[in-house]
Every structure is written in C-alpha cells, then in structure tokens.
Design a protein around this ligand. Structure first.
Ligand code: CP
Length: 305
C-alpha cells in the first residue's frame, strides 16, 4: 500500500490479508521490526484516545520512531495549514503521517502532492471515513465467525454523522454481509439504502448476528436535543431487555467512546457478548498490519527521502 485513506481503495483480498496478518500479530505467530530507522508522526486535530494511542502502540511494537507533535504548541497556532504542516514533516524526513482532521477527504491534496513524500494514513476525516476502525471491526467480526458471507450486521444510531458507519457499511456489503440499519430516522440518509435496509430495532435484535452501536456525536450536531438523549436508550439503544432478545451467539460492538446509558446500558459494556474491549485491543494489531503494509509498499517503490 502507498497510503491508507479510504476503504474504497482496498480490494477484498487486501482487506482479508490485513485481517489475517493482524490476527497473526495478535496470536504472536509472527512479529515484525523495521530493519532501519523509520519515522512516523501522528497528527491528531480532533480528539482521540483509541486511534491515536493504538497507532502509537503499533508503531512502538514495530520499532518505528515517533516524532512528537502537539497541535496546540505547533505552528498550526500561527495559522499554518494542514498541507504545509505535512509538507514540513515530509521535508524533515518523516515517512509516515497518521492524520485525523475534521475536514472530509483532507488527504486528497496530500496524496496528490508531488512534494509530500510521506505515506498518509487516515485516522478519521470528519464525517467521511474511518478505515483503520473499519479494519479492526472487521477483524473482530472475523475472529467470531471466520467469514462475512450472509452475516446480518445491524448498524444502529447516529449513522449520518458517523465515519465508522460509512466505512463499515461499504466494506461489510462488499464482503457479503447483510447490512441492517436502525436509529432515529433523521440520522438515516437515502444514500445508505444502497448498502442495507432500515428496520425497527425491536425486530432486528432477534435476527442480527452482530449489533454495532454508534456513538451519538454531539460535537457534530447543531444543537443538543435533551429530550432525544433522555429517551435514547429506551428508543434506540441496547438495554438489558433487548440484550436478552438477541440471538444466543450474537455479539455487541461499539467503536467507543461509549455514551453509557445512551447507546448502551452501562451494565452491558463489559457483558459476555460485548466485544468492545476486544475491539480496542484489536486496534493495535490491525494498525500494526496497516503500518507493515505501508512500509512494504514504500520498500517496493524504493521511496527515498
Ligand atoms: N473509536 C475511535 O475512533 O475512538 P477515538 O476517537 O478515541 O480514537
């Protein structure tokens, strides 16, 4: 891989190879270390715990040198653009830039620049895509079922504002899963019907193999809807009653952070069928597989700085 910015750029075969490689890292049946110094910078212009810190952990496990970057003390504060920041990091010798930014498709101008030599990894672009989250989610489902074909995966909640939902609906459909949607209808978009059908939550809990909850993204809403949030768990969330109605083998997922007692009753966050903690752990291994594929691509292309 030259860059890792959108699931649309990945073939099914590449996704399955990355999942298998990530699982091998997890089992410890393989390990990888860079052979010569390689430098990465993690540029997070939106808040993050899991994505930022699991990329950092993955980089450390692979022996990659991390160049510290703190937006609040950088020249971003003097008005420097993302493009000029990445151009600078590239000129300094950074080979990989993991970036999260609120601007959708921020990566387009970076990967098309003849001057920027860094490989770009998208750590989340506004409401666009979250491809590394998608990979760790797919890995978590694959660990459970060993395939995607015919699995019923329900994606529930703030679909409209969720980059996780957009990456996942695309890849799950392409890999043969049946995608179902639920949640407030004002957060449904006509474009999603290409990937799956909308169903009432109390109907789909009985049939889903995977229930994937989405965080209510207050920061992307125009105003705080107190009435909706107060009644959200009862209307659109998974509470203990709905959890009991799930198929015995079905699993619960959430990209986290979880708004406890909103999308999911707090007592269920670590319940037996919850894979939320596994998702966080898998994030490290999925990101190791992504970094390894990027490094292999750079070596193949003999990119020099
Ligand atoms: N799931 C996820 O992207 O979490 P962070 O925002 O903490 O990175």
């Amino acid at each position: 891989l030259d860059h890792f910015v959108s699931v649309e750029d990945l073939t099914n075969e590449e996704v399955l190879t990355l999942i298998k490689r990530a699982s091998q890292f997890k089992k410890g049946t393989i390990s990888a270390q860079v052979m010569e110094p390689l430098y990465a910078v993690n540029l997070f212009f939106e808040n993050s715990t899991r994505t930022h810190k699991s990329f950092e952990m993955a980089e450390k496990k692979l022996g990659i040198e991390i160049i510290d970057f703190e937006p609040s003390t950088s020249s971003i504060k003097k008005g420097e653009s993302l493009y000029d920041t990445v151009l600078t990091m590239s000129a300094l010798g950074t080979e990989i830039a993991v970036i999260r930014d609120s601007k959708e498709a921020f990566y387009t101008e970076l990967i098309n620049s003849p001057s920027i030599k860094c490989s770009i990894i998208n750590g989340g672009d506004g409401t666009g895509q979250h491809p590394s989250q998608c990979l760790l989610d797919l890995m978590t489902i694959y660990e459970e079922y060993g395939h995607f074909d015919g699995l019923k995966v329900a994606i529930i909640g703030d679909l409209k504002h969720s980059r996780v939902a957009k990456s996942n609906m695309h890849m799950l459909k392409r890999l043969g899963a049946e995608v179902l949607f639920s949640g407030p209808t004002e957060w449904m978009d006509d474009s999603f019907t290409e990937y799956g059908r909308y169903a009432a939550l109390d109907d789909l809990v009985y049939e889903a193999d995977v229930i994937m909850l989405l965080r209510v993204q207050h920061e992307r809403h125009e105003s705080y809807n107190d009435a909706l949030i107060t009644s959200y768990l009862d209307q659109y969330g998974i509470n203990e009653l709905r959890e009991k109605n799930m198929k015995p083998s079905a699993i619960l997922m959430h990209p986290a952070p979880v708004n406890r007692d909103v999308e999911l009753q707090s007592s269920l966050v670590e319940c037996e069928r919850s894979r939320i903690v596994a998702q966080m752990s898998n994030g490290v291994f999925a990101r190791m597989a992504i970094l390894e594929a990027i490094i292999a691509g750079r070596t193949k292309n003999k990119t020099t700085l």
